[in-house]
Write a protein that binds this ligand. Structure first.
Ligand SMILES: [Mg+2]
Length: 373
């Protein structure tokens, strides 16, 4: 028995209130739900991990409820009795018993890295190649609300000196109205801020070909995933037609997807996400594929609490190619958090935690208060 022999894997579901509702193309949320994974080793180290999806299973099929079943029923038995430091080996074991379910696997892997970091007395970023940067600029996410609501929120952020770039969710309303809404926001903010949009795969190719040039002409700086993830050919044609970059998110659903996008020249930027890619190691591997193709990366988010945000920060801070900042705004949108000391932001950037492991510790009273029965 080594000190990192896994004795138990526990999961709990938690619902945290938001500071304001957040509207996506197909749903609006006032709470964000989390799966918390707790992996305990023989000598009493506990690693924690977290997974969240943006408001429900609409994004990628997984939900916190399905993750709990997958981890409790299929993944945990593969981990018990194993050495928590053999992270890649354990992830391969999990791949053999459960295909896909990348969000659930990422929560487990996060807890393994947290335990290893604690055992070695180092922050997780030192296990991922070390710090390339100390902080990561954060793009603020604006919901798919009416232009006046969005402009007011952006003005408030600009006035306080936070966030010089904004990402607007699109796809909740008819395309012409949506495009006009976004152009009026971009015009109102002018040169003072970068305006980016995320369609979340809401449009088909012809709708994109009709309206994306209008967004480009209206001052939008970047378009994320206008068409469904599978439609790499449409991504390629749209990327070739536009001067502004196209960022792949739903299309970048794993390493084969990363390779396909690069081979097809179907994206200008990769939106990395720890959960959709299946963990911190897989995120580094996807970034390596981007590097091989000469593409920069952006640090994406599934609206994590301080736990998942810290984990993603360790990964993104260790990857040289994350030159388009990040959208790790989860803790700023949440009205409550789950840790004793939430991650810190300064001057519109997320500070990478320096404590051992993930650098954040569970607040047991908060967890008990917001856990589901
Ligand atoms: Mg996205």
């Amino acid at each position: 028995m080594t000190s990192l022999t896994i004795e138990s894997v526990r999961t709990v579901l938690v619902d945290l209130p938001l500071r304001r509702p957040h509207r996506f193309k197909s749903t609006s949320i006032e709470h964000q739900s989390f799966l918390i994974a707790r992996i305990r080793t023989a000598d009493g180290i506990e690693g924690i991990g977290e997974a969240a999806v943006p408001g429900g299973p609409w994004w990628g099929g997984e939900s916190v409820e399905t993750m709990k079943v997958i981890i409790d029923t299929y993944l945990a038995p593969e981990l018990i009795g194993q050495d928590a430091s053999r992270v890649d080996y354990l992830m391969h074991r999990l791949e053999r018993v459960a295909a896909r379910n990348s969000f659930a696997k990422a929560a487990v892997e996060m807890a393994l890295f947290d335990a290893c970091g604690q055992a070695l007395g180092v922050p997780v970023h030192q296990l991922l190649g070390g710090l390339y940067r100390e902080s990561i600029p954060v793009t603020w996410a604006l919901g798919a609300e009416d232009a006046d609501i969005v402009i007011a929120e952006a003005e408030e952020k600009l006035a306080t000196g936070q966030h010089a770039s904004f990402k607007l969710k699109m796809g909740a309303i008819e395309p012409s109205l949506d495009a006009n809404r976004v152009v009026s926001v971009a015009k109102a903010l002018g040169e003072r801020a970068s305006v980016r949009v995320d369609l979340n795969a809401a449009w088909d190719e012809s709708t994109s070909a009709r309206w994306l040039p209008a967004l480009e002409g209206g001052g939008v700086d970047l378009v994320e995933q206008p068409v469904p993830g599978w439609n790499v050919e449409a991504m390629r044609r749209l990327a070739a037609a536009l001067a502004i970059p196209i960022m792949a998110d739903e299309s970048l659903d794993g390493l084969p997807g990363a390779f396909t996008l690069c081979r097809a020249e179907a994206a200008d930027i990769f939106s990395l996400k720890v959960h959709k890619l299946g963990g911190l190691s897989a995120t580094r591997k996807a970034a390596a594929v981007a590097e091989a193709a000469g593409l920069p990366c952006h640090g994406g988010s599934s609206i994590e609490s301080s736990i998942g945000t810290a984990a993603a920060a360790h990964a993104y801070a260790a990857i040289a190619g994350v030159t388009f900042g990040c959208e790790l705004f989860g803790p700023l949108l949440l009205a409550e958090d789950l840790v004793t000391e939430p991650v810190r932001y300064a001057d519109g950037a997320l500070r990478v935690p320096h404590g051992v492991g993930l650098g954040v510790r569970l607040d047991e009273s908060k967890l008990a208060r917001f856990a589901r029965d």
